[in-house]
Design a protein. Sequence first.
Length: 184
Amino acid sequence: MRIGYGRVSTDDQHLDLQRDALQAAGCEVIYEEAASGKTTKRPELEQCLKALRAGDSLVVWRLDRLGRNLADLVHIVTELKNRGVGFESLTERIETISAAGTLVFHVFGALAEFERALIRERTRAGLAAARARGRKGGRKPLAPEKIAAIRAMWASKSMTADQIAAQLGVHRATVFKYVEAREA
């Protein structure tokens, strides 16, 4: 049986492209979820992996939909291979049924990890260059009047943090940030 797994990183992204590709590839069952690749909690992937039996194939649209990083990807695919389950990535045209397919899988996985490392390096370099020019990242500091209003509303004990945040147009965490800074 061919079982598909599709994942998007955020709720505003859509699985339509992946779903269509997996259906066209002959997947009888498709597990789908919206979860960041960095998170360890991916319940649909866990269910998918449990459902796979010897002789089945796990099919994904792209390699990065399955693993958080190269080590995770290799671990999952090795575990599948040990259980007699095949793996196929449609975009990269990789399968692990054959020895050549397994070699190609490892090469592509290493290249994907290399690409992510390059992106991280370029991002860090860009941030350092911006700092050298006097630009600071992050959010602008809250106006002193808003900080005073947060503290006054909190001290009155007539409003919750959610109500204060809604009234002042800030996040709930911002309310606690300035209340706790005062109490500390």
